[in-house]
Design a binder for this molecule. Structure first.
Ligand SMILES: Nc1ncnc2c1ncn2[C@@H]1O[C@H](COP(=O)(O)OP(=O)(O)O)[C@@H](O)[C@H]1O
Ligand SMILES: [Mg+2]
Length: 248
């Protein structure tokens, strides 16, 4: 996936707000990239452009070399809020996008069960959202993004509203899921947590203050598997500092 000279501004009745200015980068298939930057700099805007949910004023997003002009089933999305339908069970929430696509019930059921097993929620298929913890709700949202078996996952602070321990556990699950899936999915995840970014990523993409430019693209050459024990590793500390410097 490529971003080529992306520029985006929002036009409101009173004014124009330049959000992204001339952003270019290329992300390899199977790469895990974390996106960080100051609050309000345009991280979510960039993710929506990469998802084909928004179109840029200038430049383009390319997927397999072709301009991305609309959302694609090859791209799965998860936001900070799970946005589950409270009157539907876990199973029925995850099957929803497939029903909209008129997939046969047999095929859709297979896919939903597979997605639920990938996020460790097989036993909760018949539960309702109100019966789930916040972390489980986000896992349902992840399963809903996985039902198409998308090659690319875009995650916008997916665990940002959860407590630190739950976030740590879900990060580990995400790493396991990414490692266990062949070929690896391409993951681009927005986070405001520098340690989380360095722990997960192959590379950390740093945006500057708005109007955001690409401040740095920092490779994270730490060996895998990685656990939070790395937080005490000097190389980890040096990389996290490098990311913090780039954000300033
Ligand atoms: N739909 C919109 N219309 C107008 N302004 C917006 C819209 N969405 C976001 N913004 C503004 O654009 C800037 C970047 O927003 P966003 O991409 O959400 O930043 P981040 O995710 O880095 O916090 C912010 O100043 C925000 O207020
Ligand atoms: Mg955001």
């Amino acid at each position: 996936m490529q971003a080529i000279h992306l520029a985006k501004q929002y036009t409101t009745q009173q004014s124009q707000l330049a959000v992204l200015e001339d952003i270019s980068f290329e992300i390899a298939d199977g790469e895990l990239v974390c996106l960080v930057g100051p609050s309000g700099c345009g991280k979510s805007t960039l993710l929506r452009l990469l998802a084909g949910l928004l179109l840029p004023e200038r430049g383009e997003v390319r997927l397999h070399g072709q301009p991305l002009l609309a959302p694609s089933p090859e791209i799965g999305l998860v936001f900070q809020k799970a946005n589950l339908m409270p009157w539907r069970t876990v199973f029925d929430n995850v099957i929803l996008p497939l029903q909209i696509q008129h997939l046969s019930l047999a095929e859709a059921t297979l896919r939903v069960n597979h997605a639920l097993s990938m996020v460790g929620l097989s036993e909760f298929a018949t539960s309702y959202p109100r019966e789930l913890s916040g972390g489980m709700e986000q896992r349902v949202a992840l399963a809903r993004a996985l039902v198409y078996d998308p090659q690319i996952l875009l995650l916008d602070e997916p665990f940002g509203a959860l407590d630190a321990l739950t976030r740590e556990r879900l990060n580990q699950e995400l790493l396991r899921l990414w490692t266990a899936t062949e070929p690896h999915k391409t993951i681009i995840m927005v986070t405001h947590d520098v340690n989380e970014a360095v722990l997960l990523a192959d590379r950390v993409l740093v945006l500057s203050q708005r109007p955001a430019r690409l401040a740095a693209l920092i490779p994270i050459p730490l060996p895998r598997p990685r656990s939070s024990a790395l937080f005490y590793d000097p190389q980890f500390g040096a990389l996290a500092n490098q990311v913090r410097q780039a954000i300033r």
